[in-house]
Design a protein around this ligand. Structure first.
Ligand code: BJW
Length: 230
């Protein structure tokens, strides 16, 4: 086995103190999804959406990687085969946990995207008061986040990786949001073995060859040890 694709979701960052979306006390409880995570919501009330992502950005800056992120960082360093970690998360905890082969399909909290000139900038401050874009000077920056109805990033690269995967592992995602929720079926169609690591069975659990239930901080280091031991 030489080629691994990993999909991660909010569950891998839960033990770093970042809320998931669909739990009872999750992000969508206090912030209706159509208000804060759609282009229509942003057009209707940009201040509300900028405030929501200003808070998320501050939380990301304050968070530290947990043993699950660190284990994937170790896998990235020590695994000589092909590897791609596709994350739906907008935090940077895979990177601070030491992983480099990471793709953020739903964007990044610490990035701002200028709608006037299309430039992207690393951004740690507030976007609420319309700061000028460092490239063109226009006050037209939005969070560099993929909202519902928008196309996730680098889909060609992801589909290419899924087509070559021999092992597909899904960690801490509910399987409620497409296209990520369909990756397990695509990987299977190309012959990959499929493994799910999660607190509870995801919506597409039936498509996995194996499911291990528990906390990511325990399951992921165990699984990485197994892979690196061959
Ligand atoms: C733990 C744990 C611990 C907790 N240890 N585990 C009808 C049918 C099919 C599709 C559609 C449809 N109608 C509309 C669509 C498309 C739509 C969609 O999927 N809608 C669904 C609601 C049905 N999708 C889109 O619009 C996407 N774009 C698109 O489809 O473009 C067209 C296209 C076509 C063909 C190919 C390609 C593209 C865009 C989706 C954008 C999603 N954006 C968000 C918000 C932005 C980021 C942000 O603000 O942070 O992304 S929504 C939100 O959900 C966020 C997440 O990345 C995403 C997934 O959530 P995730 O990570 O799974 O979190 P939870 O909370 O759901 O689950 C956490 C899990 O962890 C749980 O299972 C827990 O048990 C577990 N857990 N603690 C281990 N310690």
């Amino acid at each position: 086995m030489d080629n691994i694709v990993i999909l991660t979701g909010a569950g891998i960052s839960a033990e770093s103190g970042l809320k998931t979306f669909r739990a009872e006390d999750g992000l969508w409880e206090d912030h209706p999804v159509e208000e804060v995570a759609t282009p229509e919501g942003f057009a209707r009330d940009p201040d509300l959406v900028q405030r929501f992502y200003d808070e998320r950005r501050a939380q990301v800056l304050a968070a530290s990687p947990n043993p699950a992120h660190e284990a994937l960082g170790r896998l990235d360093r020590e695994w000589n085969g092909e590897l791609l970690i596709v994350t739906q998360n907008i935090d940077n905890l895979h990177e601070s946990g030491g992983a480099q082969r990471v793709l953020h399909m739903h964007g990044e909290a610490l990035s701002a995207w200028c709608r006037a000139c299309d430039a992207r900038h690393r951004w740690e401050a507030s976007l609420r008061d319309g700061p000028p874009c460092p490239a063109c000077g226009n006050a037209a920056m939005r969070p560099d986040i993929v909202w519902f109805g928008e196309m996730p990033y680098q889909m060609d690269r992801i589909f290419g990786a899924l087509a070559g995967a021999e092992l597909f592992v899904s960690i801490g995602t509910s399987g409620a949001v497409y296209p990520a929720a369909g990756f397990v079926q695509q990987a299977r169609e190309h012959g990959a073995r499929t493994l799910e690591l999660n607190f509870e069975r995801s919506a597409g659990s039936g498509f996995f060859d194996e499911t291990r239930l528990g906390a990511a901080s325990a399951l992921v280091p165990e699984w990485v040890d197994e892979v690196l031991a061959g």
